[in-house]
Design a protein around this ligand. Structure first.
Ligand code: G6P
Ligand code: MN
Length: 451
């Protein structure tokens, strides 16, 4: 079984490899092909993986090869895991800074930052999809490339239902909520729906009983996990659901904007410094690559969404969330379910196919799916539909995503301005035009923007 990782020099790749090392089941992944445009990053991550294999002491760890040729990486792949960052962290920092300078939120995937990131990424992601379709037509593509919902939707015309988008935040929320009720997270059915980074946990079923009302009723239980603290018991009870952590940027828009704008460094700038130090260190001392990676990762995890936690006075990040299986577990469970025809229920980004009535069949939504050898199909979530409030936000963002896809594929400035102007966190059409001009100026220099 061969897994090809696009963005193979990326910082989170060792998480995936660690998950593969602990999978001793029949038919597990035996070969990992790392593809990256950057040779130095590939060698650094390659060194980390070799040290992980040694430390795990397992017999026959997945064999790792490295390549800078996309076509070579794709030939013979059973699974393609796409986790690329077009423009790198330098691009992310520009996405954040330009928005903040124009008075709106600058964030990796939310608001103006997410649109700029989409405009830069979509042409590359669709080109990759076409290469996969040509060279590995039987492969399954797992898309983690952000903005994951819009990128998955843009890859679908080339790959059909063989592309599935993933994110760690819905399962993380579900796990935290289940633990707050002292339930085993693996025994719970999560009624979660929305778009990537824009969804709500609307029910949490254990032994056929929805335990969410019990969770919402308890200040103490709500105070025991991240989303409970971020949104606060009163607002959660008013919503009757628990939002994905990214909704903090919407429900507390002015406070999060002020906090992000006021912090001494944006997240992208922080990570840029941190990661360039890691890659340089791993280059100088390859034998210490794993140690450097672990140290860097711990610091990265503990500072995740730090401004939101400050706004909510939510305190430190929970220790369990820094080590618990995140997106690598979602990816591994998805691959196992497909490869072994082992039915699994996972929250994934797939075509809606009539499940959420407010959206058309081809809209990519983030929803519980049943997965087996035939791929992932959305499960009708207890017949529950989005509330008017949820549907309003979801439809607004879906139209932003589609205008962004249109702009990226046709080069239309009108569509790009529409994408910015339709976003609920961008409060003026004039600002939308300024955002586009400013982004186009900066990103053209990176050679990664058509508009
Ligand atoms: C979560 C999200 C990802 C996102 C990441 C950002 O894992 O699900 O989609 O890219 O957070 O984390 P970072 O440490 O890069 O700010
Ligand atoms: Mn995500």
């Amino acid at each position: 079984m061969r897994l090809t990782i696009l963005g193979g020099g990326g910082f989170r790749v060792p998480l995936v490899y660690q998950a593969l090392l602990s999978d001793r089941g029949e038919g597990r992944v035996t070969e990992v092909v790392l593809y990256d445009a950057d040779r130095a990053r590939l060698s650094a991550i390659g060194a980390v993986l070799r040290q992980q294999a040694r430390a795990a002491g397992v017999e026959k760890p997945p064999v790792v090869t490295e390549t800078t040729s996309l076509d070579e990486a794709l030939r013979g792949a059973d699974f393609v895991f796409s986790a690329i960052r077009v423009g790198g962290l330098e691009g992310r920092t520009i996405d954040e800074r330009v928005a903040l300078d124009l008075g709106v939120l600058g964030q990796e995937t939310v608001g103006a930052g997410g649109i700029a990131y989409g405009l830069r990424t979509l042409p590359v992601a669709t080109a990759v999809a076409q290469r996969i379709a040509a060279l590995a037509p039987g492969a399954w593509t797992i898309n983690f490339t952000n903005p994951a919902g819009m990128v998955t939707e843009a890859m679908l015309p080339y790959l059909g239902d063989r592309v599935i988008g993933i994110c760690d935040s819905p399962s993380g929320l579900g796990r935290r909520a289940a633990q707050a009720l002292e339930l085993d997270p693996s025994q719970v059915y999560y009624d979660y729906a929305g778009l990537n980074h824009l969804g709500w946990l609307r029910g949490l079923y254990f032994d056929g009983v929805d335990r969410l009302p019990e969770l919402l009723a308890s200040d103490e239980r709500l105070g025991s996990f991240e989303e409970g603290r971020l949104f606060g018991p009163e607002w959660l009870r008013s919503l009757g659901a628990i939002p994905n952590e990214y909704l903090h940027y919407y429900y507390f828009a002015r406070e999060t904007l002020a906090a992000v704008a006021g912090s001494k460094q944006t997240r992208g700038a922080f990570l840029q410094d941190q990661q360039s130090a890691f890659y340089a260190e791993a280059g100088r001392h390859p034998e210490l690559a794993l140690e450097a990676w672990q140290r860097t990762r711990a610091e990265r995890e503990s500072t995740y969404m730090v401004e939101s936690r400050e706004v909510a006075d939510a305190g430190e990040r929970d220790e369990r969330d820094m080590s618990a299986g995140g997106y690598e577990q979602v990816a591994l469970s998805l691959m196992r379910a497909i490869a072994h025809n082992e039915r699994a229920s996972l929250i994934l980004n797939v075509r809606n196919r009539g499940v959420l009535k407010h959206l058309d069949d081809d809209a990519v939504v983030e929803i519980p799916c049943v997965v087996d050898a035939n791929g992932a199909r959305p499960t009708p979530v207890g017949g529950t539909q989005l509330t008017d409030h949820q549907a309003g936000l979801v439809c607004a963002i879906k139209s932003v995503e589609r205008s962004t896809i249109e702009a990226a594929t046709t080069g239309s400035r009108t569509a790009a301005i529409r994408a910015f102007a339709h976003h609920p966190l961008i409060d003026s059409v004039t600002a939308a035009g300024s955002l586009l001009s400013a982004y186009a100026g900066h990103h053209r220099e990176l050679g990664a923007f058509r508009l």
